[in-house]
Ligand binder design. Sequence first.
Ligand SMILES: Nc1nc2c(ncn2[C@@H]2O[C@H](COP(=O)(O)OP(=O)(O)OP(=O)(O)O)[C@@H](O)[C@H]2O)c(=O)[nH]1
Ligand SMILES: [Mg+2]
Ligand SMILES: [Zn+2]
Length: 287
Amino acid sequence: MQKGIIIKGIGGLYDVKTEDNCIITGCRLRGRLKLKHDTVLVGDHCLLSVSTDGTFHVEEILPRRTSLVRPPIANIEQVVVVVAVQDPEPNQMLIDGILAMAEAEGLTGLICISKSELDPQKAEEIESLYSTVPYPVIKTSAKKDEGIEELKASLYAKISAFAGPSGVGKSSLLNKLRPELNLEVGEISKKLGRGKHTTRSVQLIPLESGGLVADTPGFSRLTLETHAKEEIQNFFPELVRLSSYCRFRGCNHVSEPGCAVKEALKEKEIALDRYQSYLVFFESAKG
Ligand SMILES: Nc1nc2c(ncn2[C@@H]2O[C@H](COP(=O)(O)OP(=O)(O)OP(=O)(O)O)[C@@H](O)[C@H]2O)c(=O)[nH]1
Ligand SMILES: [Mg+2]
Ligand SMILES: [Zn+2]
């Protein structure tokens, strides 16, 4: 049997990239694998068999190292949060939620500002908001072909997934990385000011560098409700860094006295917007 990675799955048929870099399209699942809802995710490693009539079957899904619910994908190493300077407007809670979710899975995070030619000053503002957090920020414009080489370099030899709301330009950026792909690109609804959910399924795209990057459907809501309240701060690196300076061990940085986070906020050493996102996720998390 051959080993491979599932790179796409639509209507019960899967595309698999084998270890020798062939892409086998239209593989079927063995019946017993169909029983559970999320038995198969794009990014899963699998074993493939071929019948005498040439049909390929996914025989087994190998254990996952990581998995995300949104976007639904397994075994990635890096999440690239795509944030447009406008059309649609940046959604701070969503950005911080995606980054927190990546932290929770032990993945690295990267912020890719898109459409920066529309408002270079706004691009600078977003960049400076994340200056107190250890996430690299790349400013790009698919339209003006800016920042594409830098983006390529950050995807080098890694397995990454783009994530963000519909219409921020995820597919447009991927088309810049691999122009021959010709991924479908949607319009922005003038009335609603957001994308039209053009990309409908997750797909991993092999890059020349040997890396893989996933195009994913946009989404606009995300919760961290499955985590306990006390856990949430662990997903905000700037809070993790400060928490050992708080007076009380186990400080939640909400209203405790002697809180180093509150102090850092006063001194503007950490971003208020990020702290506010933390509070919302803290409040909505399990008791
Ligand atoms: N001005 C400008 N528009 C862009 C840029 N990149 C993409 N767009 C436009 O933004 C719209 C949405 O782009 P898509 O690439 O389909 O966005 P997406 O994030 O893949 O959206 P979903 O697939 O729905 O999640 C299209 O009309 C693009 O032409 C850019 O750099 N500048
Ligand atoms: Mg898309
Ligand atoms: Zn504190």
